[in-house]
Design a protein. Sequence first.
Length: 61
Amino acid sequence: MPIVAIVIAALAIGFEQLVQWRYGPMGIIAFVALSIGIKAKNTAIGGVGAVILVMLLAQSG
């Protein structure tokens, strides 16, 4: 079980670094807002983070 937690944490950190490299500080803010919203089960914060990420993805495409 601890190995699974370590792997999941490593994947999350890797994804966060990828978002920061690709989309800059706004991407990190969106990712953090989405993560906080999911963990706190707060749809408003999670929705804001998701919308910002979608807007960043649409802008780069």
